[in-house]
Design a protein around this ligand. Sequence first.
Ligand code: MN
Ligand code: MN
Length: 318
Amino acid sequence: MSERRFNQPLGGNEMPRFGGPATFMRLPTAEPSADLDAAFIGVPFDIGTSNRPGARLAPRQMRDESRMLRPFNVSTGADPFNSIQVADIGDVPINTFNLQDSIRIIEAFYDKVLEHNIAPLTLGGDHTIALPILRALKKKHGPVGLIHVDAHADINDHMFGEKIAHGTPFRRAVEEGLLDCDRVVQIGLRGTGYSIDEYDWSRDQGFRVVTAEECWHKSLEPLMAEVREKVGGGPVHISFDIDGLDPAYAPGTGTAEVGGLTTPQALEIIRGCRGLDIVGGDLVEVSPPYDNSGNTALLGANLLYEMLCVLPGVNYQG
Ligand code: MN
Ligand code: MN
């Protein structure tokens, strides 16, 4: 067997970090093919959002901020780029004038990606895009487990009468049988709502609901041991809404809620997914127009890198 050569991010000593290709981590671009194990995909979609817009600009902004990322994860020992083949396969060509058509286009794009056994790591986009991604994952893997980080449960029956919007994807996913409901965890939920039973529908489906208050002032490592117990035993998708974090850390988002998770807790959540059968991940709801410092996009890029590091097949050193 000839030794496999893996794509490497363009290093900071080969080209200044403010130069070079504007791909995720300055990786090579590629077409979906069986040669790839994982791929970064942009979905420049925000026509499902209910408040401040702008997430359509996030794939580009997260790619730009990802230029600071170096290949080796010194904190965890993960060595993704000497373990698996990764590329940036570009953006899904959505129809920004038509939500329903865009959902169809996204699902078809992910069908093609999954046909080649590529683990998709998605740069959103608003949270609506989780629905077509989960539809494609179901066809490939059957109903998946889900680790959903968010200030919001996103289980509305409708928004303004519309069944598909950024506040409804997980209600639709349950109705369509896309989730293995006993292997679903929602972390970071909080804020004002319409009634005391805001999260009861989630619990009635078998989801584990972890409110932000349950996370305050502590490490989430013990929680993640419980989460691995709950969601293990099958394929798992990570759906990470950046508004799960406190606006102090992630102000650049459309529907901010105070009292959220910290950046170290976000890292603990994703690093705590190591050992699970992670089949995909998305990072959604970054809105560059509200991200004056670029820190929200930088955080999003880092969390996507951490998702890469916990994919099956990634080797760890030390
Ligand atoms: Mn959400
Ligand atoms: Mn949210």
